[in-house]
Design a binder for this molecule. Structure first.
Ligand code: NAP
Length: 227
């Protein structure tokens, strides 16, 4: 039976490219979208691949819980979780409102916290799992510290979450973080050098790692980078 991958924020940008590539690799794909209609349109653009669309707003605990319940009720087991949903607030620290800071943490950090708690225990029970957290060099603590305040702090915390989850599960569940590079999406802007498909490459590699693949790592271009 093919593995099933859930991709958050799968309706555009890097998330949609990850859905496309995972589908082409033979996985069943659950495309998570906070707006179901946008999710359906995105899924239609993927052609005949086995894609199922689920309403999933990672900033809303009820939405994550309801999605997990619907999938469980229909016997859909999530083997691969790609925490891709993200927002990119760039306000300088002393101009930053508490609301913007909280929004960034809600999506960029707590989103992955919620989905990890909802879907990783099933992976542990079933003896197979891959978790890929789409982070950023903007969350790196080495080399001068994080990038834009609310974004950098949340991605640094996502990196910490990656290690905590990786160290909370047996070795058959691989939990890694990835920086996709600077990618031409709504977030990355039109001047970015990488296509969404190129930006998806390392995430898809991590999502389909063999059993002797790495865990608890941070990667870019399929190579480890420092936290
Ligand atoms: P994007 O084009 O702006 O797409 C962001 C995706 O996240 C959209 O599908 C969006 O859904 C979804 N999203 C936002 N808030 C959400 C929520 N509360 N619940 C569920 N989905 C939500 O961004 P992208 O460039 O593809 O970025 C994808 C990931 O890569 C992000 O984690 C980002 O931080 C990371 N990244 C990107 C770059 C880059 O250069 N682009 C560089 C480093 C890291 P809606 O359509 O509903 O808004």
């Amino acid at each position: 039976m093919p593995h099933t991958a859930l991709v958050t924020g799968g309706n555009r940008g890097i998330g949609l490219a990850i859905c496309r590539r995972l589908g082409r690799s033979g996985l069943d794909v659950v495309l998570g979208a906070r707006d179901t209609e946008r999710g359906r349109r995105a899924a239609a653009s993927l052609g005949p691949a086995a894609v199922r669309v689920e309403q999933l707003d990672v900033a809303d605990p009820d939405s994550v819980e309801a999605c997990a319940k619907r999938l469980a009720a229909e016997g859909v087991q999530v083997d691969v979780l790609v925490n891709n949903a993200g927002i990119y607030p760039t306000t300088p620290f002393f101009d930053l409102s508490e609301e913007t800071m909280a929004d960034s943490l809600q999506v960029n950090l707590l989103g992955a916290y919620r989905t990890s708690r909802a879907f990783v225990p099933g992976m542990v029970d079933r003896g197979y799992g891959r978790v890929v957290n789409i982070s950023s060099t903007g969350g790196r603590m080495s080399g001068g510290g994080p990038g834009p305040a609310a974004y950098g702090i949340a991605k640094a915390a996502l990196n910490a979450l990656t290690l905590v989850v990786a160290h909370s599960v047996p070795f058959h569940v691989k939990v890694n973080a990835v920086c996709p590079g600077w990618v031409r999406t709504d977030m990355g802007g039109s001047g970015a050098p990488l296509t969404p498909d190129q930006g998806a490459d390392t995430a898809v590699w991590l999502a389909t790692l063999p059993d002797d693949g790495p865990t608890a790592g941070f990667f870019q271009d399929r190579r480890p980078i420092t936290w």
